[in-house]
Design a protein. Structure first.
Length: 226
């Protein structure tokens, strides 16, 4: 007897598009060769000196900031210095404010995770909590602006990188399915010459699995517990 049960067709979920591969440098005003002020080739000596000697926070990578603001699903970052400015290059609050600026009220991404080191000191054990609170409050601002029934934006910060997973030298970010690799601070905040590459498909390079490994690492895996 023939079965008249309908056949269920499974459709593979389409992978999000990934931009072409590129290598980029953040530079100070006037030294970019791209419309947004970034460079796609090494800077010259004048640009190098101007950036290093500036007594203010260096310009971050505009291309990365735009990618964060346009994320559709997730923004994941692994970088021990993501929330730590260089000495005499602005305050930590300057850094936080700039990162928050990358996440407008109209942001669509829901899953935002930053894995970094602890910034607590012997004199102040509440630094990490204060930083996490700022991001949580910003997520609430984003959620208030969303229509009823929309998925909620969650911004999580873990400060366990150096204690629980002290094995990472380079810095990485995943935006949707795009993997970014940074030679220095994620976002291009460092004053020395450092490049970022983009356009790698995260799902083809094990990036998501690596991030989860680091994010969920038990404390005994870190250097402190060896």
């Amino acid at each position: 007897m023939k079965s008249f049960e309908p056949k269920i067709k499974t459709v593979a979920k389409a992978k999000p598009s990934v931009p072409e591969k590129a290598i980029l440098w953040a530079v100070q005003n006037g030294y970019g060769n791209m419309p947004n002020g970034d460079r796609n080739c090494f800077p010259g000596m004048a640009a190098i000196v101007d950036r290093k000697s500036a007594n203010r926070p260096p310009n971050p990578l505009a291309t990365f900031g735009m990618a964060v603001s346009q994320a559709q699903d997730r923004v994941w970052v692994i970088d021990q210095y993501f929330l730590e400015p260089e000495k005499d290059k602005g305050s930590r609050q300057d850094r936080i404010d700039h990162i928050l600026h990358w996440m407008p009220e109209t942001m669509l991404a829901n899953d935002i995770k930053f894995l970094t080191k602890s910034h607590n000191t012997s004199d102040n054990k509440e630094v990490d909590n204060d930083l996490a609170k700022q991001f949580q409050e910003h997520a609430e601002i984003i959620n208030v602006c969303r229509s009823k029934g929309s998925a909620r934006c969650v911004i999580e910060v873990r400060f366990s990188l150096m204690q629980s997973f002290d094995y990472v030298h380079d810095r990485f970010a995943i935006i949707d399915d795009e993997l970014w690799h940074f030679g220095a601070t994620v976002g291009g905040f460092h004053s020395l010459v450092s490049a970022a590459t983009r356009g790698w498909r995260a799902s083809e390079h094990g990036a998501e699995e690596f991030f989860v490994l680091a994010w969920d690492a038990p404390s005994q895996m870190g250097k402190r517990y060896k």
